[in-house]
Design a protein around this ligand. Structure first.
Ligand SMILES: Cc1ncc(C[n+]2csc(CCOP(=O)(O)OP(=O)(O)O)c2C)c(N)n1
Length: 400
């Protein structure tokens, strides 16, 4: 077995101090050790795909990241691994447990994934190594993994078998408080504007130091058409992950971070709201441009009209949530959100439709990611002074 503390020390020495993921019982000692450390950031997540998004945001903000999961959770990661990490060349050290490992007795639900895990990772073109249970050998495996991550700028998977980590007790369980923010509804009878007009208002309200992360489909295409700047991250794939990426960026910078979501994308990963509410980054403004349809794929209806998004954000612990449908109120709401302590949520009803000759980002995702990352990491003096995440004051801090 590996001495758990020495394993985490090894990762820390190599700069890996940002952890996110979904637990597996094989990792309990490791997760206790991480939670016990004050200088290690541990972002709980609800879904392994969400964790990949959070880690991608953290990497863009300059962190080296570890995403832990049970191998069942690799299934939840496939979309962002292929269309975010591979497309943008965003690395992460994946620590994947091996339930259903061939030759070991395990539950029936782990059998198939246990058998296909190595070939699944091969299919995803993710390099891998089996984590040895001897610390001397494990050190070499971790170093090699870290070097490969640096060289390829892609995820690398360390696969951990049963009984890899020595027992470690949780010193102090994190205290959880329910935060009750405020909620407003200023919708009027006015006709909702198109997305492009709403995006223009966001650009008018956003200060030059703000980072903007736009969701998959026409939202990113329209933002690119209106203005292409290094502080824009066009999330062309990984539908639903814009808010997770935004969370990962926001907890690692003092800059304002604005996420521009779509209703279908938000519904695809509604759990992200709860994670944002749990971690409460005060510099995050989450905007939802809700046209009630999958506009980018031809206008198929979503469940948006029967969902009270403001109530969801409020219930999940956002500081403030507001619903609006006219442009003046929307711009005012975005400006107010940027001025107050977040996380804030702005739900804007828009009309479906877009220009028929809408272009696509002419800059590739690798370049978009690099220039966004340089922007986030540069010039934020407060961020440079402190290495602590920017969370709302006086609330539960689950990052240890
Ligand atoms: C995982 C995944 N499923 C489906 C798609 C196809 N797709 C791209 S954009 C989109 C609709 C997005 O709708 P919404 O978030 O409401 O934004 P809108 O297009 O309305 O602006 C869909 C279904 C995808 N890119 N990824």
């Amino acid at each position: 077995m590996l001495p758990t503390r020495a394993f985490v020390d090894e990762l820390s020495w190599l700069g890996y101090s940002f952890f996110t993921g979904v637990p597996c019982s094989y990792l309990t000692p490791l997760l206790n050790e991480i939670a016990n450390r004050r200088k290690t950031d541990y972002v709980i997540s609800n879904n392994e795909g969400e964790a990949v998004g959070i880690a991608a945001g953290a990497w863009l903000a300059g962190r080296k990241t570890v995403v832990f999961c049970q191998n069942s959770g690799v299934g939840n990661m496939v979309n962002p691994l292929t269309s975010l990490n591979a497309a943008f060349q965003i690395p992460a050290l994946l620590l994947v447990t091996w339930r259903g490992e061939p030759g070991l007795k395990d539950e029936p639900q782990h059998k198939l994934m246990g058998e296909i895990l190595p070939s699944l990772l091969d299919g995803l073109r993710i390099e891998k190594a089996f984590l040895p249970k001897d610390m001397r050998e494990a050190r070499i495996a971790i170093k090699t993994a870290a070097q490969t991550v640096e060289c390829t700028s892609l995820p690398f998977a360390l696969i951990a078998s049963r009984d890899t980590f020595e027992e470690t007790a949780l010193r102090e369980p994190a205290s959880v408080q329910l935060f009750v923010g405020t909620q407003e509804d200023v919708r009027s009878s006015s006709k909702p504007p198109v997305r492009m007009a709403a995006l223009e208002r966001i650009l008018a309200a956003a200060p030059p130091e703000a980072a903007l992360i736009s969701t998959t489909g026409k939202c990113s295409r329209e933002l690119f058409t209106l203005a292409d700047r290094r502080q824009h991250l066009y999330v062309v794939g990984s539908m639903g992950c814009a808010s997770a990426i935004g969370l990962g960026v926001a907890v690692n910078t003092a800059r304002p971070v604005i996420v521009i979501d779509g209703d279908a994308a938000a519904l695809m990963r509604l759990g992200n709201f709860a994670t944002i509410g749990a971690h409460r980054p005060r510099n995050l403004v989450h905007i939802l441009l809700d046209n009630g349809v999958n506009d980018s794929t031809g206008g198929q209806r979503t469940a948006a009209d029967s969902t009270n998004f403001g109530a969801v954000a409020h219930a999940c612990g956002y500081s403030h949530a507001i619903a609006c449908n006219d442009l003046a109120a929307f711009e005012g709401a975005v400006r107010a959100a940027l001025a107050r302590q977040g996380p804030s949520f702005v739900h804007m009803k828009i009309a479906p439709g877009s220009s028929p000759d809408l272009g696509r980002p002419a800059v590739g995702p690798i370049e978009v990611g690099r220039r966004f990352s340089n922007f986030v990491r540069s010039g934020s003096r407060e961020a440079e002074k402190s290495d602590s995440p920017r969370l709302a004051e006086g609330v539960h801090v689950p990052l240890q």
